[in-house]
Design a binder for this molecule. Structure first.
Ligand SMILES: [Zn+2]
Length: 376
């Protein structure tokens, strides 16, 4: 297969760089890519990391995967992009310095577009709309996403926060209500994606329900776009803390990647058992916010991944002298995904992400909002 001007070679592991765009001083930004091809082309598995430049666990995991797989063991093709954001890696920042928008919100938009109908004429209407003029980053990702049509499976590796445990984010699947059979097709796609995430072996968390998902542009994330535009299984993995490398995380993430390559038939062999919390792996979770009423300093009482019952204390808010101003309890049965990397808190703000059983539909129409009954 061909990616930009790089051609994979049957029976070879190739290491290349692709040109991304030109800098003002005339040099060209380059993105590293490894393609391991067996004797056949299919299936094609895409593995990417470090789109957020400070999230390095994915990058190092992929380096381990590159070492672990040889073309003679691979069936089909495995494409590995250790960093989707080389400039962000150099500055260890989420976004690259040349474009401060979130790079994981710039991928092809799967949502059917509604053109605004204006009651006036403006020859400069397009000129005023920044969304009509994609950044060099978005132009490059749009071009790179052309390979999605050849890719069968996709995993993008990220990091969440210091106190989080590794887990997988799976997107809801959206369908067009006017297209016959698309709802059923969406259910099948979700089932397959879930199967793939289970083979990976980490706890599974659904992305937010649509109102909040679209507001954050998550449908334009790497795997949000892949799943909902290409209609193929892909998901995002979150590997603990940013900025640093913890070898235990790398080891289990590498084994999880190898497991999913076996699931996809890119590799032979039995899956390796992954050390995770079996109690957490029983559920499909969704995230909710833990908010405080009092301003102060918050102290966790439980660890991320510890199962808690409804109303069990999970954190306290101290005043500056250490007096407890507020005790925060679990809103439901569930577990803390992560307390945020902070101690300060202000009234109404969220201090942690909490996982609870999902009760919201997973297969959703693009037009998820109820239409108001027109008043006569
Ligand atoms: Zn990220």
């Amino acid at each position: 297969m061909k990616i930009f001007d790089i051609e994979s070679v049957p029976g070879k592991k190739i290491f290349e760089f692709v040109d991304m765009f030109e800098y003002p001083h005339g040099t060209v930004e380059k993105m590293p890519i490894v393609i391991v091809q067996g004797t056949e082309e299919k299936p094609v598995f895409l593995l990417t990391g470090n789109i957020h430049g400070n999230e390095v666990h994915g990058l190092v995991t992929l380096q381990e995967v590159i070492k672990a797989i040889e073309p003679e063991d691979v069936k089909g093709t495995v494409i590995i992009i250790p960093t989707l954001n080389p400039a962000g890696l150099l500055t260890l920042t989420r976004s690259p310095f040349y474009d401060r928008s979130d790079p994981n919100r710039l991928w092809p938009d799967p949502k059917p577009k509604k053109e605004p109908k204006l009651k006036y004429e403006d020859p400069y209407d397009k000129n005023l709309d920044p969304l009509e003029y994609p950044s060099v980053q978005e132009v490059f990702y749009t071009k790179l996403a052309e390979i999605f049509s050849d890719v069968d499976y996709f995993i993008d590796l990220h990091c969440h926060s210091v106190r989080s445990f590794p887990f997988s984010y799976v997107d809801r699947v959206y369908y067009d209500e006017k297209k016959e059979g698309e709802k059923e097709e969406s259910q099948k796609l979700f089932d397959k994606t879930l199967d793939m995430a289970k083979a990976f072996g980490f706890p599974i968390v659904l992305e937010d329900p649509p109102r909040h998902y679209f507001r954050q542009n998550l449908h334009r994330s790497t795997t949000g776009s892949f799943t909902n535009k290409q209609r193929k299984p892909g998901f995002t993995v979150e590997l603990g803390a940013s900025d640093i490398v913890v070898m235990d995380i790398i080891k289990s993430a590498k084994n999880a990647v190898l497991n999913v390559l076996k699931w996809a038939n890119n590799l032979d062999g039995e899956p390796i058992s992954i050390k995770t919390n079996p109690e957490i792996n029983k559920e499909i979770w969704r995230e909710i916010a833990i908010r405080v009423q009092e301003t102060g300093l918050y102290i966790p009482l439980v660890k991320a991944g510890e199962i808690v019952k409804q109303n069990e204390p999970i954190a306290v808010v101290h005043d500056i002298f250490g007096e407890v101003k507020e005790t925060i309890v679990a809103p439901e049965y569930g577990t803390i995904l992560a307390f945020y990397d902070d101690i300060r808190c202000y009234t109404n703000r969220s201090i942690a992400s909490f996982l609870t059983k999902n009760t919201v539909d997973i297969i959703m129409p693009w037009e998820y909002e109820k239409k108001e009954d027109k008043e006569e």
